[in-house]
Design a protein around this ligand. Structure first.
Ligand SMILES: *Cc1c(COP(=O)(O)O)cnc(C)c1O
Ligand SMILES: [Zn+2]
Length: 392
């Protein structure tokens, strides 16, 4: 059972073999994407098969990059609830507003999906040492899945990453290094160490495996809506693996003939760190390095996403848009979700919800449209940033 036929460069189309570890395109340095034998998958799969499968992202096994099921490294990631925001929906006058709550994952963010997929592939391809530059959550997740797979794990994150996230990695007893600066500085550190020690670097979009796990967030929404596409998807974006994964999910589902259309994909960034929003508004195909990224939504502090070209293309081709929100809007939204819907969102998820109001104001979503907001993680991981001394 091996449905991945090849990995293909998203930019120049060069093709690479699935049976050895792949990174980026050797001819143009672009990101690689997995290509499946969809015709073969069509023969064995039908929409009906999934209801009897395990409630994890591995229910979509044939559309994930693993040949032997025994190599799956899982902690029960995915199959998160799609929650209708009844009270906020009514307040905003929207008919169908849902939150996909990724805070329910094993390490409480959606990063468990890409990391479970990647660690499983590394096990299958016999890679032993792995390194990751991270804004925090992908590192905490790699710590958990890495030790479970018996890998040698190296994590590099900014020194001002929320303490809970740093402590997770520490408790999993892996190598964690703090650097001054942002994920871009962690990336430089890892790139150097990789060439010295021979670690395998799984930076965002620099291996084709992570996005395969991420795409299950798109599959699940379709399945949870009775195999139909929503109108609008709103995702808080840093490195862009989330939106690229969701876009790829819909591409594959359309090819399989299970859904009819691509939703409009909306990227949300913090006004303090908005390289994608700026490039989108300039009409540019590429981002410029965005300096001074300082936001409570630490997962969005990515000053120069590697797959900028792909993210911008997805926004434009899907008819979506890119919006930024202020720190005040993030905190207000976090409070609103917590006090009205019982959802303690992470600041990134709160940013995505804050964007709904803007999109309504700009008339970019219609009141009747089915709108999905991703809460990418649990607010519990950010308590050291959010904590305020109670009034006595
Ligand atoms: C990583 C992360 C994001 C951003 O996702 P990308 O795929 O990098 O765009 C958003 N929210 C949280 C909580 C994250 O950990
Ligand atoms: Zn290429």
């Amino acid at each position: 059972m091996a449905y991945v036929v090849e990995y293909k460069c998203a930019r120049c189309g060069s093709k690479y073999k699935p049976n050895i570890p792949q990174t980026v395109c050797k001819s143009c340095n672009g990101p690689l994407l997995a290509v499946y034998d969809i015709e073969l998958a069509k023969k064995v799969l039908g929409k009906h098969v999934f209801s009897s499968r395990p409630n994890s992202m591995w229910r979509y096994l044939e559309l994930l990059p693993i040949s032997d099921e025994r190599n799956i490294v899982s902690l029960g990631e995915g199959y998160t609830p799609l929650i209708k925001l009844e009270r906020l929906r009514e307040k905003l006058g929207l008919k169908n507003l849902y939150m996909k709550d990724e805070g329910r994952n094993p390490t409480a963010t959606f990063k468990d999906r890409p990391i479970s997929a990647t660690v499983s592939v590394l096990k299958e391809l016999n890679v032993k040492s792995v390194a990751i530059p991270t804004a925090g959550n992908a590192g905490a997740s790699l710590a958990a899945y890495g030790v479970r797979a018996g890998l040698d794990v190296h994590i590099v994150m900014p020194s001002d990453t929320p303490k809970t996230i740093y402590m997770e990695a520490v408790f999993h007893n892996v190598d964690v290094k703090l650097v001054n600066g942002l994920i871009s500085d962690a990336g430089k550190y890892v790139a150097e160490a990789v060439s010295r020690y021979g670690w395998f670097d799984i930076s965002t979009m620099k291996v084709p495996y992570r996005v395969e796990g991420t795409k299950t967030m798109g599959f699940e929404v379709c399945e949870q809506l009775g195999w139909s596409s929503p109108d609008v998807i709103i995702f808080p974006t840093g490195g862009g693996e989330g939106v690229i994964g969701i876009w790829k999910a819909f591409k594959e589902l359309i090819e399989l003939g299970w859904v009819k259309r691509m939703p409009r994909i909306v990227v949300v960034q913090s006004e303090c760190c908005k390289p994608i929003v700026s490039a989108y508004n300039r009409g540019s195909e590429r981002v410029e390095f965005f300096s001074g990224c300082k936001t409570i939504a630490s997962g969005l502090r990515v000053p120069k996403p590697f797959a900028d070209k792909e993210i911008l293309k997805i926004i434009r081709e899907s008819g979506g848009t890119a919006v930024d929100v202020s720190e005040k809007e993030i905190i207000n939204s976090l409070n609103e979700l917590a006090s009205k819907e019982g959802i303690l969102a992470c600041p990134e998820g709160a940013a995505a919800y804050a964007a709904v109001k803007k999109l309504l104001d700009y008339k970019l979503i219609d009141k009747d449209e089915e709108t999905i907001v991703y809460n990418t993680g649990s607010g519990l991981k950010y308590m050291d940033l959010l904590y305020q001394t109670p009034d006595t």
